[in-house]
Design a protein around this ligand. Structure first.
Ligand code: EPZ
Length: 419
């Protein structure tokens, strides 16, 4: 079993390059199934979630090439299978994007319920509602969602909750649906916009992505092309947290500063110096003491829920009481039991975490319990004097490209070993 060993307590310093966005890649790769032609997708992160979604589309008949580790070529001209294997789908949440993509290509599709990180109940009712609003018949049993899309056409969808996945699935379903679709109360995350930009660059007619209302005129077909995925906001935020938690000074390259605004604002409120450049930000936490703050996670443009775990670790290094309210998921604090092994003091009451910060962290053996929880354990180990170890790296491998090499390049004493 692989584990990461970190001899922490050293301020990180130097430059780190951010990879392409995981949550854009896992939507854009299924979207390429709507194109009966070659799509060259660049800046794809080299992570296991991408491998899993590629494996799924290959099982459906798409041809996939990887000319290098960050470029994927998808040709779905000969897509022939409309049923997704439950074992493959159980590996990740984004397998649900095959619903929206397959009903654009076939009159019927059978896609299993998705897997993914456990944050309590993760319903897909809004995805299914959107398919129904677009003329589909949908029947879900314990394993599969069975969709009859013979009546697929444009329609109006009002989402009862702001959902990234449901917004993306509805865009996928509506792209080739005859007529006009209006989606209201949409998610505005950068990866929703990136998906729409990808589809538009292939000939779709999608307007308003990044706002509450998205309007789509169905087109007859899409053409191939080349598209470059946006940088990963959450990977960048994780390195920001690592830089600040170690009281370091790190330049984070290849980012879109606009996507980082809510995060930078909270770091500045803590007393971290943030310098913004065209495609980079510098995070400097070594010139004054940091302050405790309150944070609430919200859909974009709010503070992202996926950075809640690294933010909690950062706040545990700051003197005083900080409060973090989880505003997206009903149960995203299970991992704190692992952090408590390091002496971090966190009290959980429903969706509110109260952190008594400032006590020195103790090295510990930690088990990653999900992707971002695993990343937060790495941040904690970097901030802690002594050697900590982290296991269950398969979670971290799902979403962080070459994390050990990137951390070493900014001065971390870290290695990955096979036990
Ligand atoms: C996406 O999940 C991301 N995953 C998650 O990132 C992220 O935490 C989440 O968005 C919120 O930003 C991918 O993009 C693959 P939602 P998603 O639908 O789309 C409720 C990571 O670590 N809801 O926006 O599944 C739901 O219960 C992962 O990279 C319904 O009620 O999230 C939640 O409370 C973890 N009904 C809220 O909406 C639905 O039909 C937001 O969920 C759908 C969602």
């Amino acid at each position: 079993m692989d584990k990461i060993l970190i001899n922490g307590g050293k301020p990180l310093a130097g430059e780190v390059h951010i990879s392409g966005a995981k949550n854009a890649a896992v939507a854009i790769i299924p979207a390429a199934l709507l194109v009966e032609d070659r799509c060259v997708i660049e800046n794809v992160p080299d992570i296991s979630d991408v491998d899993s979604i590629l494996q799924m589309i290959v099982s459906l008949g798409a041809e996939v090439e990887k000319p290098d580790c960050n470029t994927v070529v998808v040709d779905a001209t000969n897509l022939s299978v409309n049923v997704v294997d439950p074992e493959l789908a159980s590996k990740m949440r984004a397998s649900y994007y095959l619903m929206g993509a397959l009903i654009g290509r076939f009159t019927k599709a059978k896609v299993p319920h998705p897997g993914g990180c456990n944050f309590g109940v993760r319903p897909i009712d809004q995805h299914l509602k959107s398919f129904r609003c677009l003329g589909c018949e949908v029947v879900a049993d314990d394993i599969f969602v069975d969709i009859d899309a013979s009546g697929l056409q444009g329609g109006n969808v009002y989402f009862d909750v702001v959902s990234v996945g449901a917004t993306i699935n509805a865009i996928l379903a509506a792209t080739l649906a005859p007529g006009k679709t209006v989606l209201e109360n949409c998610a505005k995350e950068p990866h929703v916009v990136d998906l729409a930009n990808f589809l538009n660059s292939m000939g779709a007619n999608i307007r308003g992505a990044g706002t509450d209302v998205i309007k789509i005129i169905g087109v007859g077909s899409l053409r191939g092309g080349t598209y470059t995925i946006i940088p990963d906001q959450i990977e960048a935020g994780t390195y920001m947290a690592a830089a600040a938690a170690t009281r370091g000074d790190v330049v984070i390259n290849n980012i879109i500063p606009k996507h980082m605004e809510a995060i930078s604002a909270k770091f500045e409120e803590m007393g971290v110096t943030i310098e913004e450049y065209d495609e980079a930000i510098r995070v400097k936490a070594n010139d004054r003491p940091l302050k405790n703050i309150k944070v609430k996670t919200l859909p974009y443009p709010g503070f992202p829920t996926d950075l809640q775990p690294p933010m909690i670790v950062l706040l545990s290094t700051v003197e005083g009481t900080s409060v973090v309210t989880e505003g997206v998921w009903e149960s995203r604090f299970q991992y704190v039991a692992e952090l408590e092994k390091m002496g971090i003091k966190i009290d959980i009451n429903g969706t509110v975490a109260t952190i008594e910060g400032g006590a020195p962290l103790k090295p510990a053996e930690l088990c990653a319990t999900d992707l971002r929880a695993g990343a937060s354990m790495i941040v904690a180990a970097l901030a802690c004097n002594g050697v900590s170890e982290i296991t269950q790296l398969r979670y971290i491998d799902r979403g962080y490209e070459h994390i050990v090499d990137k951390l070493r390049a900014i001065g971390a004493d870290v290695k990955r070993v096979d036990d």
